[in-house]
Design a protein around this ligand. Structure first.
Ligand code: ZN
Length: 148
């Protein structure tokens, strides 16, 4: 019987092999590019936001399986969601990655915010170098949201 770690590995591989919402959106779509020089990862995020809701997202870039699958899962998780819910999910995900908030405090998990497939990435927290890979798409998403 496959254990939880095998299931998580399978989810990450699936998103790496078949990245969701891959592509780009034409200007003037909010767009940001993020780099993780430690690993050579690059992520591009294109957004379409209408009436306070992320109605479309496209992801481009290249890099390791953690960076690419995390961005793929992110795109799937936020598409169609109100921007406020997206911000809450970013916060929840950063908390799972043990990244403190802007004031340097630990982020308490909000039980109302569901992670879904993103839980597959929780093992990454044991490898601090990989946290930068996992968080890259999310920080790029925040940069793109600032342009909305
Ligand atoms: Zn990486």
């Amino acid at each position: 019987m496959a254990g939880l770690e095998d299931l998580y590995r399978e989810i990450i591989l699936d998103h790496h092999r078949n990245p969701r919402n891959r592509g780009e959106l034409p200007p003037p779509a909010p767009h940001a590019v993020g780099h993780n020089p430690l690993c050579g990862d690059e992520i591009e995020v294109y957004l379409q936001v209408e009436d306070g809701r992320v109605t479309d997202i496209k992801v481009g870039g290249q890099g390791c399986s953690i960076s690419q699958s995390s961005a793929s899962m992110m795109s799937q998780a936020i598409k169609g969601k109100p921007v406020a819910d997206v911000q809450a999910l970013v916060r929840r995900f950063k908390g799972m990655m043990s990244i403190p908030d802007a004031d340097g405090n630990e982020i308490e998990p909000d039980p109302e915010v569901k992670l879904g497939d993103l839980e597959a990435l929780q093992g990454v927290v044991k490898y601090p170098v990989r946290i930068k890979c996992a968080i890259l798409g999310w920080n790029t998403l925040l940069e793109a949201l600032e342009q909305v």
